[in-house]
Design a protein around this ligand. Structure first.
Ligand code: SF4
Length: 349
């Protein structure tokens, strides 16, 4: 980010997120930006709900978290968990649905922890949201495995609703128990397998995505191979891979970094495996007919749609946002699949 700020230092810059809170001096040594505090984003949007692009609405259900991850700077910037009140969230969802949003994204540093500071829990919130009348589906945001473990069974039950996408973003960071311990993540690799298996037993096509950090200080070849094993075992689709880089003031910053070459090589290996899994997941949809709803536009003449597993389905037609129909999946483009609309009353494939 500092490199990017340097590139555009002569422009009118707006900077937000956690970084200006903890590294304002470094930013100001490069440029003189307008700073938007993360907490102001919601207030500027006049509530917890914000209209996104296309048929997307965003509801920030909480800020902060209950974690104490040793590499994380976000927890200094965002602090402890503060959940938005249930009624405010329900009102925001109702408002966004009334404005025409179909995909409701619930966001927060750890959505699974929603309500723990208020004596409530995420599955109850999801059930309440699912009761709201209208045509919409919720895309739950990032959930820390440690918080998911405490609500696993009711959470899987809540996903039974048609109004919840069968999509889970479960950032696991490493498949090595020793590295997870050094990261202070609060769970073990076997816990992640249990979460993934519990969801997939109920919803075999469920899309489960994840985040990994490669080259955490002291990560051995064996520990890295455990990460590859977990990635394969859990078959995560869509994986964000971050090469470890120290964050000032965090406990992990005091540890000795691994050479850059090792961190890069491991990222490359993880990416190659991720792509293989992504292709395999998409290919199992080929030839299948699935209900879709149009939510976004990326290019003229085509429309991005989602099915119930949040599959990124691109149809070569200009469809209005919120359009719903059926489509047959025809091609795998790794980060999305292509599809042809089935005419109403068309044959099932
Ligand atoms: S990585 Fe996530 S869960 Fe851990 S301290 Fe940072 S924000 Fe919290």
């Amino acid at each position: 980010m500092l490199r990017r700020l340097t590139l555009f230092a002569d422009r009118d810059l707006y900077v937000t997120g956690c970084m200006p809170i903890v590294q304002m001096d470094r930013i100001c040594s490069i440029c003189t930006p307008h700073i938007i505090h993360p907490d102001e984003i919601a207030s500027r949007a006049d509530g917890v709900g914000t209209r996104g692009a296309g048929a997307i609405g965003v509801v920030q259900v909480a800020s902060g978290c209950l974690g104490r991850c040793s590499y994380c700077i976000t927890r200094f910037a965002r602090g402890r968990l503060v959940s938005a009140p249930r009624e405010a969230i329900l009102d925001a969802v109702r408002g966004l649905v009334a404005e025409g949003a179909y995909e409701i994204q619930l966001t927060g540093q750890d959505v699974a922890a929603w309500g723990l500071d208020r004596g409530e829990s995420l599955p109850e919130l999801l059930l309440d949201i699912a009761e709201i009348p209208g045509k919409f589906a919720v895309r739950p945001g990032m959930m820390n495995p440690a918080a998911v473990l405490g609500i696993l069974e009711p959470l899987v039950d809540a996903y039974e609703s048609d109004k919840i996408f069968r999509f889970l973003h479960l950032p696991v960071q490493s498949g090595s128990d020793a590295v997870l311990e050094r990261m202070q993540r609060g769970y073990r690799a076997a816990d992640v397998v249990r979460i993934v298996d519990t969801f997939r037993e109920r919803f075999p096509d469920m899309m489960i995505s994840s985040d990994f950090i490669t080259g955490f200080p002291g990560e051995t070849d064996e520990e890295f191979s455990q990460t590859l094993d977990l990635l394969r075992r859990a078959a995560f689709v869509k994986v964000n891979i971050t090469r470890y880089s120290r964050r000032p003031g965090t406990p992990a910053a005091a540890l000795k970094d691994l050479p850059e070459r090792i961190r890069k090589d491991r990222s490359r290996m993880l990416l190659a495996e991720t792509n293989r899994i992504y292709d395999a997941y998409n290919e199992r949809w080929l030839g299948r007919e699935t209900p879709i709803v149009a939510t976004e536009k990326n290019a003229p003449g085509s429309t991005v749609c989602r099915n119930s597993c949040y599959l990124n389905v691109v149809v070569d037609e200009d469809l209005p946002f919120g359009f719903s129909g059926r489509a047959v999946i025809t091609g795998n483009r790794r980060h999305y699949v292509t599809a042809k609309l089935v005419p109403p009353g068309g044959e099932k494939v």
